[in-house]
Design a binder for this molecule. Structure first.
Ligand code: RAT
Ligand code: ZN
Length: 407
């Protein structure tokens, strides 16, 4: 094999630890999403379909999922060519699963129905070569919560919990109701006593879930108040420190810009770095996993990650998960950080998406990595297969695993 073939081959054969998804094990029943109707009603595709649709938003969302899927299919796959990244993703999934494209959605549905067996999620992980999936576990979500309350068992080697605390930081008054209902007597005013009690609440979920990190997404204009920063720093970060857990920050959302689009209505804004620089500096022993949504923030983030070894930058998040931005951002990170970052996470919500999100990323990554090794060889430094394996394994597995276990 020549260098390019070796790089491609290693990238294909190295199993990936996917460090941020919205996937669940099949033991979480209806939360483990699979199939073409779920794929078509992915919020990225729903927002795109609405660019062409005349119907009221509400009239779409009140229909059954099968009808929503048909609307998206007709709008984006039948009436015009599927060009966007999310629609190309559907085509990649079909291709990789050996399902021929047909404009009749029922043909595709019947091919998916044939896959409907118990170990289908594991089969999909095998196709995508994923060893482990980090979930997003939100104790404020009633649908999810019942599985934790009933001590649902699942393979903790395959599905790694991550405790997500957005509501506690960004919607305190609503979160406080949940805490009180759960027997944690907090007040609406965030005073010292309430901070202590909220910490106990988070600790109780750390004990239940045993997460690999605690995570929050932060809006572009965070913190809007001292209350928000107190909840993040004195409460969430303090618990991370008690348990030596990394804090994963996904920064730069503008939630609900178009609320009628429901989950697809969120947008992005540029974040002011000073706040983040301060917390990284003030907490040198706290590990931070960080990704950002704004393209304009990527350069500063890369520089920040080069200044602080307690920071591990990860992924090309959400709207940045396209070939163009993956290439730009990954190249920038390699130039500043070498291989000391986590190049991608999938953010999948539907199991089959693992196939396309990782295939599309690996296509870009393989080209980039090859160019770097080629540069070494032109400088007289031979690159062996095991060098490539070592680097790719670090980026797909150990950069994350070592970071989360580090003291
Ligand atoms: O990428 C997404 O699917 C978004 O809707 C968000 O879930 C985001 O990834 C998040 O974790 O907040
Ligand atoms: Zn996500």
């Amino acid at each position: 094999m020549n260098l390019q073939e070796n790089v491609n081959d290693v990238i294909q054969k190295t199993p990936v630890l996917d460090m941020h998804t919205h996937l669940f094990p099949s033991a979480f029943h209806q939360l483990c999403l699979t199939g073409i109707d779920e794929l078509l009603t992915y919020h990225y595709l729903v927002s795109e379909a609405f660019l062409w649709l005349d119907m009221e938003y509400a009239s779409f969302f009140e229909r059954p999922k099968t009808e929503q899927a048909e609307i998206v299919w007709n709008t984006l796959f039948v009436q015009r060519s599927p060009i966007s990244e999310a629609s190309q993703g559907i085509l990649t999934v079909l291709q990789e699963l050996g399902i021929p494209f047909s404009r009749d959605l029922n043909d595709i549905r019947s091919r998916f129905a044939a896959f409907d067996h118990n170990d289908y999620p594991e089969y999909l992980m095998k196709v995508a070569n994923i060893s482990s999936i980090v979930m997003t576990n939100n104790p404020f979500d009633a649908a999810e919560r019942k599985y934790w309350d009933s001590h649902t068992t699942f393979s903790r080697e395959t599905f790694l919990p991550a405790l997500r605390v957005d509501p506690l930081i960004s919607h305190w008054t609503e979160a406080a109701i949940t805490l009180r209902n759960d027997g944690f007597p907090v007040s609406d005013t965030v005073n010292d006593q309430t901070i202590e009690t909220a910490k106990q609440y988070i600790r109780s979920w750390v004990e239940t879930m045993n997460p690999v990190y605690i995570a929050a997404s932060l809006p572009w204009d965070f913190p809007k108040s001292n209350v928000e920063s107190a909840l993040l720093e004195r409460c969430v970060l303090a618990v991370c420190q008690d348990y030596n857990l990394p804090l994963s920050l996904m920064i730069g959302t503008k939630r609900g810009l178009n609320p009628d689009l429901q989950m697809g209505g969120d947008s992005t804004g540029q974040f002011n770095f000073e706040y983040l620089e301060n917390i990284c500096m003030q907490h040198p022993n706290q590990k931070f996993l960080i990704t950002m949504l704004s393209r304009e923030n990527q350069y500063e983030l890369t520089v920040l990650a080069q200044k602080f070894r307690n920071v591990m930058v990860f992924g090309c998040w959400w709207y940045l998960n396209t070939p163009q931005f993956m290439e730009e951002i990954t190249q920038m990170r390699m130039s500043q950080l070498g291989i000391r970052f986590i190049p991608q996470h999938s953010d999948c919500r539907v199991m089959e998406q693992l196939i396309y999100k990782w295939k599309h990323f690996k296509d870009v990554f393989s080209g980039l990595l090859y160019k770097h090794y080629e540069a070494l060889e032109t400088k007289g430094i031979p690159v062996s297969r095991s060098d490539i394996e070592n680097d790719v394994y670090a980026m797909f597995q150990t950069n994350f695993r070592h970071f989360i276990t580090k003291k």
